[in-house]
Design a protein around this ligand. Structure first.
Ligand SMILES: [Zn+2]
Length: 165
């Protein structure tokens, strides 16, 4: 910030009309520029003197101290808001991390669930195959039984034939 920019900010600074960013830049400039600091001092005194006249308070006023207090107040405000902003961004990061974690955990759960489903499906398939093979065995057994029965009946027939002879 150059002196011209700083001079333009003197009145807005006194009236607290600057943004934190502007106020910070302005304060940084007047810390190193005694000309602009004098300008601020002068305007501040005039402004406060008028203010005091309007409000009807006629105490002995140390404008220098008032300005110092004002600058300290603005600086503290900027620092406090910065800290709040930093805290908020830390909280935001934490919240984002938590969200990411929960999404990841959800993905893990879904993945293991689908794996379980796959295992169960495989199990039912193998059970089905086993059942099918038992069924097949049973059918085969039955067919052997019928064969046996047929054999037996042929034997009976032949015995009957022999007895009729
Ligand atoms: Zn300057």
């Amino acid at each position: 910030m150059n002196c011209m920019e700083a001079r333009r900010m003197v009145t807005p600074f006194i009236k607290r009309e600057l943004s934190d960013r502007e106020a910070e830049q302005f304060l940084r400039h007047i810390e190193h520029c005694s000309d602009c600091m004098d300008e601020l001092d002068m305007y501040f005194t005039v402004y406060k003197a008028l203010d005091t006249l309007e409000s009807g308070v006629h105490n002995e006023l140390d404008f220098q101290k008032m300005l110092e207090a004002d600058i300290r107040f603005v600086k503290r405000g900027i620092q406090r808001r910065k800290a709040v902003k930093a805290m908020r961004s830390v909280t935001l990061i934490a919240v984002e991390l938590l969200l990411l974690l929960s999404v990841y955990a959800g993905y893990r759960v879904r993945k293991s669930e689908s794996e379980q489903n796959r295992v169960q499906k495989e199990r039912t398939e193998s059970e089905l195959a086993k059942e099918e093979s038992t069924e097949l065995n049973r059918v085969q057994d039955e067919s052997t039984d019928t064969n046996k029965a047929q054999d037996e009946s042929t034997e009976v027939n032949s015995v009957q034939d022999e007895s009729t002879k």
